[in-house]
Structures are given as C-alpha cells and as structure tokens.
Design a protein around this ligand. Structure first.
Ligand SMILES: [Zn+2]
Length: 425
C-alpha cells in the first residue's frame, strides 16, 4: 500500500470518530449573536488537538466589534510543526452558528444521527467541515509523521456577523501572513466536489431622505420624507434594477441568479418609531421628516466600488431634479471587495486533483454569492492562495433540520488528507 492508500484506509477507519466529533461540536451551542460558548468550544478543540501534538494558542479579539467581558470573542489557533521546513497548510473554520429559528423536528443541539446524517444547528455550516479537517489532519499525522512544513487548524468566532472578532482580528495580528501560512482551506459547506474560489463584493449603505414635520391633518404645511423615498424606489424600479440585471459576470457564481449584480432593500423606516407590543394607544398624526432605507448591493469582480456608489448617487440626483425640496444623505455601512483566487493557484490545483481522485469526477469551480472569511485573509492577510472547500449542502445552511451527511464528511476528509500528502510530503 502506498501512503495515499494507507491514508484513505486510516480515514475510513475513523468514520465513527469523525461522526462523534461532529456531534460533540454541535452539542456546544455557539449561538451568534450574542456569541455564546466561544471559550468552551476552543477548550474542547484544544483538548482534542493537543493529543495529536498541536500547540494551541487562545486568542481573544480584545476590542473587536462584539467582544465584551460577558461575550468574549475567543479564537483557537493550533499548529503542529513537521520534521523539516516546508509550507504551512491552514484549515480555518468558524465555530459560531446562527439562531435556531422555527420548524425543527430534531433537537438543534442534540447532534442526533439518523440515516447517515448528523442533525443540528451548525451541522453543515460548518461543524461538519471542522470535524472533517481535524480527522483528516490527525489521520495524515498518523500515516506520515515525517512530514514537511506545518499544519494549522483554527476555530474562529463571529463569521456569521462579519468575522471582525475572528479571522479579521487574527489577520490583523499576522496569523495569515504569507510568510507564516502558504495555503488556506476554509471547510465551508460548498458540496464535496466543488471548490469555491471566492465571493462577490458587498456594499451596504443607508439612504436617508428628509422632510419637514407638521400636523398630519395639514400635510401641505410639511414635507413628507416617505413620499420622497417612494420616488427613490420608483426610480430604482424604472432604471436601476433593469440596469443591474444586465450586468453579468464571468465569475462562476452559483446559483445562476447571482451571476448578475443584485440589490436588496433590507429595510425601510419612515416616521414615528414602532411602539412596544403592549402599547394600546394610537399613533399621533405627524408628517414624517425622515425616512431611512438600508440597501445591500452585491457586486461583481468586473465592477468597481466607485461605480457602484456612483449609480446610487445618480438615482438620487435624478429624483432631485424632479422634486424641488428633495434632500438626502447616503452613509456607507460596510464594504467588502470581491475576492477570487486564481484557478492556477497551488491550493486550487491540489484540491482539484484530490477531488478527482477521491470522487472519480472533475472538480467544479464556484464563487459564492455572499461573502465569508476569505475576504479578511485576502485583504488584511494579503494571502491569495485560499479557497473554501468542505462537506455539506450549502442550501441547508441556516435552515431548520440542518444536517451533514456522514459519507460527505468522510469523502471530504479524504480530499483534505490527499491534499496534505501532496503539499507536505
Ligand atoms: Zn459558514
């Protein structure tokens, strides 16, 4: 048996261990927000990884968005050196999960196994991927103890809320410096035969239109900010949405609908604040003097962030020309530039070969419609040899009765293990 065959047998033999690890991770409810049990899951991971010779470093993202003494943002970075110099392969998984929501028939934190699937919040996004990467690394170390370079495994906070207390913080601290780490695999649930090269860009902004408050019985004495916003929406419907639908990308974005530029109106609020649910009175009659809209614009690698902003300003200027009293502001809430690793990058080539060896079919290349922690590794860490690859079906993420298939975890662990053989031996 050659090394790869031995490793495949070793991973297969650890199927039950991999399942149990995934269950154990699901049973630590790391809900975000608010950011529960980050320390507990880091302690759990460290106990496990220290047994295989990893040196574990706990990093709290002091002062990052979301970090507080009540909800500290703990991250774990585990590193195991090889016996000679070489590249470092880093597996990065976020440990947080989103809220449970309604509609579950299984215990969301029970880690129940049924019909070859492990159920629970975070099963597919992404505790199944984290478990697969750990078992892949442990099996690789058992079979190839004399490897070159280093293996790192990180469990990081807050991906679901932007990653500022997680990967962004670690990147700022130099953990993703290309001198320290050369290949990054993020085991997000992109399906076991797909390599995700990157993601589209994001521009979140708040548009506010202004008016003048007056008695609701004499609206002509005021100026209605909500009607101004209505004019903005009409302009968007007439000109902006059709223009966005025409912009198509060459990025292999899935699903198909996300191959174009998109804009979501996340929220609109004008006039009086909503009262508490137990308020039994009526609203007071006022002409609203402010209306705010939050927009979520997702853009393509072919687009420039300045153009994206200019489009919104052009819409607002067009409205202004028709409405004498129209005034507005635009405030940026967040920007993330698109990120896409080249297909020729070493980690892409290696994982693609491993997928075709394990699965017997060619790897597919995709780009994610939404962002994930690759943005921080690319922009802050300046490391461009990064992909997302992991088990699980993307469509199940954040849904009720989320699950990950045990076969999928084992297969993707084999792909990760083969990739380690190629990169580190
Ligand atoms: Zn995720």
């Amino acid at each position: 048996m050659d090394v790869t065959e031995k490793l495949m047998a070793e991973i297969e033999a650890r199927r039950d261990d991999l399942t149990a690890l995934c269950q154990d991770l699901i049973r630590i409810p790391t809900l975000n927000p608010p950011g529960d049990n980050y320390r507990e899951i880091c302690d759990f991971l460290a106990r496990r990884l220290e047994k295989s010779g990893f040196a574990c470093e706990f990093v709290r993202a002091h002062g990052a968005k979301g970090d507080s003494d009540k909800y500290p943002r703990w991250n774990l970075v585990a590193r195991r050196e090889g016996t000679r110099s070489g590249d470092c392969v880093h597996f990065n998984s976020h440990t947080d999960v989103v809220e449970v929501g309604r509609g579950w028939t299984k215990d969301p934190f029970g880690g129940e196994v049924e019909d070859g699937k492990v159920y629970g919040r975070g099963a597919c996004d992404m505790k199944g991927g984290l478990a697969a990467s750990i078992v892949a690394a442990e099996a690789f170390i058992a079979v190839c103890p004399e490897y070159a370079g280093a293996i790192e495994i990180s469990g990081t906070a807050d991906e679901e809320s932007g990653g500022f207390g997680g990967v962004a913080y670690l990147a700022e601290q130099g953990f993703f410096d290309p001198k320290r780490v050369q290949h990054v695999i993020i085991p997000e649930p992109l399906n076991k035969d797909r390599i995700c090269l990157g993601h589209r860009g994001v521009w979140w902004a708040e548009i506010e239109t202004y008016g003048e408050i007056a008695h609701g019985s004499m609206p002509f004495l005021g100026d209605c900010a909500v009607r101004h916003m209505g004019a903005v929406m009409t302009e968007m419907e007439d000109t902006l949405f059709p223009a966005l639908a025409m912009k198509r990308t060459d990025m292999p974005v899935v699903p198909e609908g996300a191959k174009q530029s998109t804009l979501n109106i996340n929220s609109i609020h004008g006039g009086e604040n909503e009262q508490a649910a137990d308020y039994t009175g009526l609203p007071s009659p006022c002409v609203p003097d402010s209306c705010r809209m939050v927009i979520d614009r997702r853009f393509l690698i072919e687009e420039d962030i300045d153009e994206v902003q200019a489009e919104i300003h052009a819409i607002l200027q067009a409205v202004k020309e028709r409405r004498a009293t129209f005034t507005y502001d635009v405030r940026e809430l967040q920007r993330v530039l698109p990120s896409m690793t080249e297909k020729s990058a070493p980690v892409v080539q290696t994982v693609a070969r491993a997928i075709s060896d394990v699965m017997g079919r060619d790897a597919q290349y995709v780009v994610s419609p939404g962002t994930y922690d690759q943005k921080h590794i690319d922009r802050i860490g300046r490391l461009q040899n990064c992909i997302a690859y992991g088990p699980g079906i993307l469509d199940l993420a954040h849904k009720p009765d989320e699950y990950v298939g045990i076969d999928d975890m084992v297969d993707s662990a084999k792909v990760m293990g083969r990739s380690l053989v190629e990169l580190l031996t």
